[in-house]
Design a protein around this ligand. Structure first.
Ligand code: ZN
Length: 151
């Protein structure tokens, strides 16, 4: 388990150092901002959605390693997916970080690389960091213009 945990940490640190899709999209079809006051994480998510398919997704923001890595990996996981698939993945990810799928290996395998956030469930404060990007994404898809806060 020790090696596995180290590997997970490595993935998170790598995405924090070199976040993927960390840029602004010109003329996005939807965008939303999120804020986690507990940690100070701030994020804006941009999306280009057409025919209910996420053609492009990106983010900008500043925050801790967990929130940045989570946003980075989220954009990788969702690009090319349908909106419905994205919401389903969000549900699974949320169950994972809140510990609902603890010990459920198939639930973790379903999430692929996103399973690196399994360990977060042990730290309630970090759950908000890990899920901020996802809540912000959902808000963007819902067309809400209010800033999401995790409080
Ligand atoms: Zn944070």
């Amino acid at each position: 388990m020790g090696d596995l945990r180290e590997l997970y940490q490595e993935v998170i640190l790598d995405h924090n150092k070199c976040p993927r899709n960390c840029r602004r999209i010109d003329n996005p079809t939807c965008e939303a901002s999120g804020y986690n006051p507990l940690c100070g994480d701030k994020i804006t998510v941009f999306l280009t959605v057409s025919d209910r398919i996420i053609k492009d997704v990106s983010f900008e923001g500043s925050g801790c390693a967990i929130s940045t890595a989570s946003a980075s990996m989220m954009t990788q996981a969702l690009k090319g997916k349908t909106v419905d698939e994205a919401l389903k993945i969000f549900g699974r990810f949320h169950d994972l970080v809140t510990g609902k799928t603890q010990g459920d290996n198939s639930a973790q395998e379903n999430l692929g690389k996103l399973a690196v956030f399994t360990g977060v469930s042990k730290f309630p404060v970090r759950v908000k960091c890990a899920s901020l990007a996802w809540h912000t994404l959902k808000s963007a898809l819902d067309g809400s213009s209010e800033t999401v806060t995790t409080e």
